[in-house]
Design a protein around this ligand. Structure first.
Ligand code: BG6
Length: 511
């Protein structure tokens, strides 16, 4: 039997080498809600490297035991699997706290000593994973200090890697600057830019669906596909004090530049020559480079809808409008919803529109990709009574992860009646176990040295190049700013976003 090239990827690999994870900004929300619960779950699944250690690096003074107590509270709330006291005790014994200012070289030199002592005590190699989970404003400083203290230089036969949380820059120049700083400190192959959507089980399944199944790939092109939709809906607003950050970012920077364009690249990429990190990312970056840029305010107005939510209700609960949210400017011009018509100028996707939409305070949380196939050239049946005879392949990223295919079938009986039916695959029923959280996969990959599910320098920069043009049309000094639309909280977005598709004779899929 021929070897399936995806086999190596699908079959789980061995346990990563012993290493120490240093988390910068360890008293923050991300560590508490995501990183520690992810590590705990990896420990429960018995997949952590042996003699693994975590060192939380942050500015506030506290000792190991206070730090562990805070993390325990977070783990009880956020762990995917039940919190077990004995397992937690075992895991948390490997967690330590290191207090220092981010800009204090001495703190890093002390850290170096501490790491060396821990390795000497445990007889472990000096493998280090540095995780930047602080506010992004400190990334430069931390990187420079890692360089000046020599922590970025692995000892012989060991490795030193850096993981950068999002946001990676706020526009192209700032991302380029950060990339230069990173490159002065770590080699690109040791740099792991997180996009947690790539760690989601179903996002990884896009490549398997496309390249390990013969039936889809021949159809995956302009000749058979009418259009593609990618929706990322959230039913939350600015809870947890997020208004301050969000008001300076907006939906385009917060979600489109990274998560949505990453999903788009996975759907639209050519088959990679192999599954090495660079082969996969070479293909993804070609998609980003082929995106048609909307540059003039007129083009942006015709292809991009931005909107803000006004007061409304989600799940029967009253919600304030965006401008009334805590820490949001009452005159804010930040978008909480974006819909874009995109084109990828390649042979494969010639003339096929990709519609993407993302928004806060929509009726439910759901992320999905739908591939809408063309009608058959001649339909020898009477389809007038049907809404559409198009096949639709839906990849549900979350929740209810799975894939479904809509097709027409004959209704049993003597009259020739047809109805759409669905073939449905659900992760939960087919595999009978819950998918790991995205951070579990990504942390393990970075320990194992597999950068496939992390964004490369050129991916990030090409995505910003596209996004910056839209930001410039919205906020530049040209006096032709496309309008900001509105939608009540709890609705599916502004009327203008529906019109964007209606003009093309299409409609958004109902989720
Ligand atoms: C983050 C954004 O990257 O992704 C948030 O900053 C958003 O605004 C979140 O809520 C969504 O992630 P998920 O995994 O809950 O879909």
């Amino acid at each position: 039997m021929e070897e399936n090239p995806f086999r190596e990827h699908i079959v789980s690999r061995g346990r990563p080498d012993p290493c120490t994870l240093v988390i910068f900004g360890a008293t923050g929300d991300l560590t508490n809600r995501k990183l520690i619960p992810a590590l705990y779950n990896i420990a429960v699944d018995d997949s952590l490297p042996s003699k693994f250690k975590v060192i939380g690096f942050a500015r506030r003074a506290k000792d190991d035991s206070t730090f562990r107590g805070e993390l325990e509270e977070g783990n009880r709330k956020h762990s995917r699997q039940d919190h077990d006291d004995a397992l937690w005790k075992n895991f948390s014994d490997s967690v330590h706290y290191h207090q220092s200012e981010f800009a204090d070289l001495d703190g890093y030199l002390q850290l170096k000593k501490r790491l060396n002592t821990l390795d000497a005590e445990r007889g472990t190699p000096a493998n280090r994973l540095f995780y930047l989970a602080s506010a992004p404003a400190y990334f430069d400083k931390i990187l420079f200090m890692l360089r000046d203290s020599g922590l970025n230089q692995p000892t012989e036969g060991c490795w030193a890697r850096v993981v950068c949380e999002k946001p990676f820059g706020t526009d192209l120049p700032s991302a380029q600057h950060l990339n230069r700083v990173v490159a002065e400190t770590f080699a690109e192959e040791d740099t792991y830019r997180i996009d947690h959507y790539l760690g989601k089980e179903t996002a990884q399944n896009i490549m398997v669906l496309r390249f390990a199944n013969m039936i889809f790939e021949p159809l995956w092109r302009d000749r058979y596909i009418d259009h593609v939709q990618i929706t990322c809906a959230e039913n939350l607003g600015m809870e947890g004090g997020r208004g301050g950050y969000y008001d300076s970012a907006g939906a385009l920077r917060d979600m489109v530049q990274n998560h949505l364009l990453q999903l788009l690249s996975l759907v639209a990429m050519e088959p990679p020559s192999d599954l090495s990190a660079d082969a996969v990312r070479d293909e993804k970056v070609k998609v980003l480079k082929s995106l048609r840029h909307w540059t003039s305010p007129e083009d942006v107005a015709a292809n991009v809808i931005r909107a803000q939510y006004t007061p409304g209700s989600v799940d029967g609960i009253d919600r304030p409008g965006y401008r009334q949210e805590d820490r949001v400017d009452p005159e804010s011009k930040t978008e909480t919803y974006v819909a874009i018509r995109l084109f990828i100028d390649t042979w494969r996707w010639d003339g096929v529109p990709f519609y993407i939409r993302v928004g806060k305070q929509l009726p439910k949380k759901a992320t999905e990709i739908s591939i809408h196939f063309k009608e058959t050239p001649q339909i020898p049946f009477d389809t007038k009574a049907l809404p559409s005879s198009k096949n639709v392949l839906v990849i549900r990223i979350q929740p209810d992860e799975g894939i479904s295919l809509r097709m027409l079938a004959k209704v049993p009986g003597t009259t020739p009646r047809m109805e759409p039916v669905k073939m449905d695959f659900r992760y939960s029923t087919s595999f009978g176990k819950a998918s790991p959280e995205a951070y579990e996969r990504l942390l393990l990959d970075s320990m194992a040295g597999d950068a496939t599910l992390f964004a490369r320098r050129d991916e990030v920069e090409n995505a910003w190049a596209f996004v910056d043009k839209l930001e410039n049309a919205w906020h530049g000094n040209h006096g032709k700013q496309p309008p900001m639309a509105e939608y009540p909280a709890g609705s599916w977005g502004p009327r203008e976003a529906d019109q964007l598709l209606e003009g093309d004779g299409r409609v958004w899929r109902r989720l």
